[in-house]
Write a protein that binds this ligand. Structure first.
Ligand SMILES: Nc1ncnc2c1ncn2[C@@H]1O[C@H](COP(=O)(O)OP(=O)(O)O)[C@@H](O)[C@H]1O
Ligand SMILES: [Mg+2]
Length: 293
């Protein structure tokens, strides 16, 4: 099982769009996916057509110990399950402030969970508070969505510092394994320059213990596509709303890359130990075949 937190403490960079559509693409490719909406704004839940009711249970109930993940999770599509969020989650930061072990609640809940998934993906809030720390402790991988404008790298060092502290104190397996460029406009020189800067930053290290050593910059960039912005208001993934759009093509390509991705050595070993049988690539159909031909 791969567990991936989609994090950038900046808002509006494409976290939710990527969490939802990458999850849906992986599910289309036959992977069993659980998406955890960990943002109190509940945008991933709404994007998947799940309206957070005041009476319904959510990830908040899991965090405060009132429910197990399985009680809250629901199947929203073939192969795709959602653990929805709720605005109450905003209060969790404060409610948990005095609690011992507040950073490991989600990890413990996931360990108690019996359901098997190939991917657990988390859509995180735009902050580095208790919720994001819970995600970093519970997951092994971080994907960083970036918008290629000149402030893209601003604030990145704070995120890297946070990841380093979590590795040292709470989760030694954690690594930044992927960078996804979102809302990409390939025609601008700026986009190309920023992509180059990020590549320089990531490849400047050669110590395997560095949190971003061996991270992949996915060659699929998610192009700016209005369909991706429209789909959430219909409560649909891009594959339901506009299956032939660039957005749909890009997220499927990204999902293929993610499945075939070479993980940094420490994670690759863990992965191999957990699933000695086949690699996912041997069983995956090629849904892009009509687009390619
Ligand atoms: N590739 C894209 N093309 C066009 N609009 C996009 C794209 N990706 C995201 N958006 C839109 O940009 C806004 C911010 O994206 P979102 O995924 O919600 O970011 P975050 O979760 O990081 O705050 C949303 O309105 C979303 O629909
Ligand atoms: Mg979001």
């Amino acid at each position: 099982m791969r567990t991936i937190a989609i994090i950038n403490q900046k808002g509006g960079v494409g976290k939710t769009t990527t969490a939802v559509n990458l999850s849906a693409a992986l599910a289309q490719l036959g992977q069993r996916v659980c998406l955890i909406d960990f943002d109190p704004q509940a945008h991933s839940s709404l994007h998947l057509g799940v309206v957070p009711h005041s009476s319904g249970t959510s990830i908040y109930d899991v965090l405060v110990g009132r429910a197990a993940l399985a009680d809250v999770r629901r199947e929203v599509n073939s192969h795709l399950s959602l653990v929805p969020s709720h605005i109450d989650l905003a209060a969790a930061e404060m409610e948990l402030a005095g609690e011992v072990g507040r950073e490991v609640i989600l990890r413990d809940k996931l360990e108690q969970d019996r359901d098997e998934f190939d991917f657990v993906i988390m859509d995180c809030p735009p902050s580095l508070g208790v919720l994001t720390i819970n995600a970093l402790v519970a997951m092994r991988e971080v994907f960083l969505p970036l918008q290629p404008h000149f402030l893209a790298l601003h604030g990145l060092s704070k995120l890297m510092e946070t990841i380093e502290v979590v590795i040292r104190r709470l989760n030694r397996h954690l690594r930044l394994t992927g960078v996804v460029f979102c809302m990409y406009e390939s025609t601008t020189r700026l986009a190309q320059e920023i992509t180059g800067d990020v590549a320089d930053f990531l490849t400047a290290v050669d110590q395997p213990e560095c949190p971003w050593h061996g991270a992949t910059i996915f060659s699929t960039c998610i192009r700016r596509n209005i369909r991706l912005a429209e789909a959430p208001s219909f409560g649909q993934t891009i594959f339901e709303y506009a299956p032939h759009s660039n957005g749909s093509i890009d997220y499927l390509r990204l999902a293929e890359e993610v499945i075939h991705q070479q993980l940094p050595a420490p994670l690759a070993h863990l992965q191999a130990a957990a699933r000695p049988e086949a690699t996912a690539s041997e069983t995956v159909p090629d849904p892009l075949a009509p687009v390619r031909s």
